[in-house]
Design a protein around this ligand. Sequence first.
Ligand SMILES: [Zn+2]
Length: 131
Amino acid sequence: MVDFSIYDIKEPEVYAYKCPDCGTIYYPAPMVCSKCSCRRDPSGVIFSSWEQVAMGGKCRLLTWTRVYNLPEGFDVKYLLFGIVEFENGLRASGRLLVDEPETGMELEAKVGVIKEIVGEDVHGFMFHAPE
Ligand SMILES: [Zn+2]
């Protein structure tokens, strides 16, 4: 079993963006909607701001891989990475925290520290089996 207690798992803080004109959801967010050419203005001054949609929760594993060639500083033999599809159709990649990954399996996404650089934590997705 994977020991999740060693990971700093937090509430989702990764957001997708919804085009206000046509409703298409994007992650990561483009500056221009590819469907209707609506522009995104992060300041919300010139164009209406795009609604933020929290990403996380239930998802399905589309594909996965084992990465053996890890950069210095990792004390494990390999890491598992996966690409998942959320219920709203969005896809995202992240760390896979399961023992035996199977394409199509149900997972749950959380956001945690995936990389620790001195003085700076990098947050990203972690996928694990539903509790
Ligand atoms: Zn649009």
